[in-house]
Design a protein around this ligand. Structure first.
Ligand SMILES: *[C@@H]1O[C@H](CO)[C@@H](O)[C@H](O)[C@H]1NC(C)=O
Ligand SMILES: *[C@@H]1O[C@H](CO)[C@@H](O)[C@H](O)[C@H]1NC(C)=O
Length: 302
């Protein structure tokens, strides 16, 4: 039995060109690993070859060039404590990933008695984060023919979100020319920045707009907001300007008359030789009366 198995193994080894060695050799299934936040992920550190029964296994996390222990002296430590475990032979299972886990992880295995007594393997982990509800800015009212930009942005998503815009629950095609329905619209969408720019607003561009932020981890959207597009009312504007001019003229005429009247009445108040010219600086003048008292009198300021 045992002999048969040994023969089979030897045949297998010769097929694979495998030479049993007395050194530590590590391997991983993935050097670059993506995980979704709050989901488990296993970083594999497979021991290809070793002769010691009891190797020393360590995991380190390297973030911004600074290493810290994750697995040391047979236990999980650091910020992965209570969130990770070691799976035979040396895999690191993170039970509930967080965005802060995005880093490089180094599996180190040492077997003092082996010929090649140390090996390490570096795995980079990136944790995807769902976008949050983007902040959207949609003007309430715009005028036909003017340009306008609608904006949409969120900063949590990782990798960075891509943006899509919807009008009345229908997605705006990236290129309006690609759809007969939107062919006359002058907008352009920047999927990276979330901007929806109209070169010239048309009546048909009015509607309820919302934007969606999306990445590999998920998506989120802002509530729909109504944008109205108004015609330029030439007659209305003309009448408004006329009304404003008329109002201004009436006020000026009124002020002119009041001023004249004011000068006339102040002249009537001052008889005799004690009249002094009104002080120009504060619009309040003091006229000295015969008795030596001060008399206070206001005058017009223009
Ligand atoms: C994962 O961690 C977050 C907080 O970091 C917590 O809200 C959530 O409940 C955890 N999920 C599981 C499955 O433990
Ligand atoms: C686009 O404009 C053309 C020419 O003005 C017009 O014939 C066509 O009906 C318009 N299409 C839409 C979808 O508004």
């Amino acid at each position: 039995m045992a002999l048969q198995r040994l023969t089979a193994l030897l045949i297998l080894y010769s097929i694979l060109g495998y030479i049993p060695s007395r050194g530590v050799i590590l391997r991983t299934t993935d050097k670059t690993v993506w995980a979704n936040e709050f989901e488990p992920i296993e970083l594999t550190c497979l021991i290809e070859s070793i002769s010691t029964n009891n190797p020393r296994i360590e995991w380190k996390k390297i973030k911004n060039g600074v290493p810290s222990y994750v697995y040391f002296q047979n236990q999980i430590s650091g910020d992965l404590e209570h969130r990770a475990q070691l799976i035979q032979p040396a895999n690191l299972l993170i039970l509930n990933t967080s965005r802060a886990d995005t880093a490089e992880y180094r599996c180190e295995v040492a077997a003092i008695d082996d010929h090649k007594h140390f090996d390490e393997i570096l795995i980079s982990l990136a944790v995807r984060v769902k976008p949050v509800v983007p902040r959207c800015s949609v003007p309430v009212a715009v005028t036909v023919g003017t340009s306008s930009e609608l904006r949409c942005l969120e900063n949590e998503g990782f990798p960075a979100s891509q943006y899509r815009w919807f009008r009345n629950n229908e997605e705006l095609p990236q290129d309006p020319k690609s759809s007969p329905k939107f062919i006359n619209s002058t907008y352009s969408i920047n999927a990276d920045t979330g901007g929806l720019k109209f070169r010239r607003m048309r009546k048909e561009d009015a509607g309820e707009y919302f934007c969606q932020a999306k990445n590999e981890a998920g998506h989120a959207q802002c509530p729909a907001q109504l944008m109205d597009v108004y015609d330029v009312d030439i007659v209305g504007i003309f009448l408004k300007v006329l009304a404003a001019l008329a109002g201004f003229t009436i006020v000026m005429v009124g002020v002119y008359h009041a001023h004249k009247h004011g000068c006339f009445s102040s002249g009537k108040d001052h008889t005799g030789t004690n009249y002094k010219s009104p002080a120009a600086d504060d619009g309040v003048e003091y006229a000295e009366a015969d008795e030596g008292h001060f008399r206070h009198k206001s005058s017009f300021i223009i």
